[in-house]
Design a protein around this ligand. Sequence first.
Ligand code: C2E
Ligand code: MG
Ligand code: MG
Ligand code: MG
Length: 280
Amino acid sequence: HAKKRGRNTYSFFTDSMNQEAARRLQLEEQMHGALDRGEFEVFYQPKVDVASECITGVEALLRWQNPVLGSVSPMVFIPVAEQTGLILALGHFVLEQSLQQLQQWQSMGLNDFTMAVNLSPVQFRSATLAAEVEQALAIAGLSGNSLELEITEGVLMSGQALVDDTLATLTAMGITIAMDDFGTGYSSLSYLRRYPFHVLKIDRSFVNDIAEDPADRELVCAAIAMAQGLGLKVVAEGVETREQLRILAGYGCDVVQGYLFSKPVTAGELTAMLLEQRKH
Ligand code: C2E
Ligand code: MG
Ligand code: MG
Ligand code: MG
């Protein structure tokens, strides 16, 4: 009997592993050449100043629409792209697209906000990252002051000397460095102490239940106070309700990003929002 169950268990795992492997293979297959086929597009989500409720920045977020798989979440395809190395081409694409788009907005007189781009730890393993960023800025005719780079703890855990050098070079170019997903890592506090961040982004998971959960309120309140003590600007992610905004404002949060104001939208849709804002 035990033997039989053992065999069943074995085949159960084999099946699910096969399914998982097949899914993964299909994902990789479809991802191959997808950039050249134009399946990737950069969307933009507004970051809104708490005091004025004006858009003071946007975050570039990658979208993938595939004929076979449909729309695939970055939570699914970014990790795969990091493993296959495609993230280098994707990262370059996002940087180039978003900066050219920002240049276009600036030329329309929509020039009082910054562009934030997410960087993968894999991109930081390349010694030419800072040069790549510098070149993308130059091609778009922009200075570093209008660019913000969002990095996670994963970046800081990999290859210290190279990461130190790259961050120092980027900072010297006037680029703003934001710590993304704050609170979800293992040693956010020690990294805050070690690296020259300008912005702290509180992860959406802490903001979610802020209206219902007193413990989450305490954590967010403390994180904001700490960031302010260190001279960092605070952005809260995933703000979906007026009540969440009210609580965050009370704690002194500077900027919010979330569905309350807007989901990530196409460049065209954001243009309309910016033009609308300019009227007021
Ligand atoms: P992230 O950098 O923390 O981006 C914020 C995520 O929260 C986005 O998910 C955004 O759509 C979502 N979000 C914002 N406001 C709300 C809200 O009010 N409610 C809810 N439920 N969600 C909200 P998205 O676009 O699916 O991206 C997920 C993650 O994928 C990003 O997290 C980032 O880590 C990664 N990612 C996306 N685009 C890129 C990229 O171009 N490069 C790299 N390296 N990573 C990227
Ligand atoms: Mg981000
Ligand atoms: Mg984030
Ligand atoms: Mg996040």
